[in-house]
Design a binder for this molecule. Structure first.
Ligand code: HEC
Length: 134
């Protein structure tokens, strides 16, 4: 008798487990459905926040690049980037990669190479600054 009860108990527990699992799944499904309309504005806010964050990152990058530019480039390209010995850098229209390569390699006899002076992230900041010159 005790054994039978035990067996029954185990069966009940196993049964409850299945029921519990079924409830668990349906609870998640219901949650998913009811939560969806509330999630939408939140997702929108999150993407606005994300784009604000990336805007901040870009302006920080530009500010950092401006610092390097003033130190290393302004003597030839002008304080405002409009060119002195070196050309005007406003509205270059070159892709980032090309500007980065030009900075890294320089131009023989005209502009020194900067690949040993600045790291890739620092050159990326310089590129961001130059691309901000419109
Ligand atoms: C000694 C003067 C000098 C310095 C310093 C200098 N440049 Fe230049 N730069 C030049 C000259 C001259 C050219 C044009 C070379 C050519 O087209 O043959 C040039 C070209 C460039 C170009 C290519 C422009 C184009 O038309 O595509 C970029 C970008 C550039 N420089 C960025 C920089 C940056 C950034 C720095 C500082 C890290 C810098 N330069 C420092 C003289 C200089």
């Amino acid at each position: 008798m005790a054994r039978e009860l035990k067996g029954l108990g185990a069966g009940l527990i196993a049964g409850l487990g299945v029921v519990g699992a079924a409830f668990g799944v349906s609870a998640i499904a219901t949650h998913g459905q009811s939560a969806e309309p509330q999630d939408k504005p939140q997702t929108k806010n999150q993407s606005v926040a994300a784009s604000n964050a990336s805007l901040t990152n870009v302006s920080q990058l530009v500010a950092t690049g401006h610092g390097f530019y003033t130190t290393s480039c302004a003597s030839c390209h002008g304080k405002d980037g409009k060119g002195v010995i070196g050309p005007n850098l406003h509205n270059l229209g070159d892709p980032d990669a090309k500007i980065a390569l030009n900075i890294k390699n320089g131009f023989k006899g005209q502009m020194p190479p900067y690949r040993d002076k600045y790291t890739d992230p620092q050159i990326a900041a310089l590129v961001a600054y130059i691309q901000s010159l419109t």
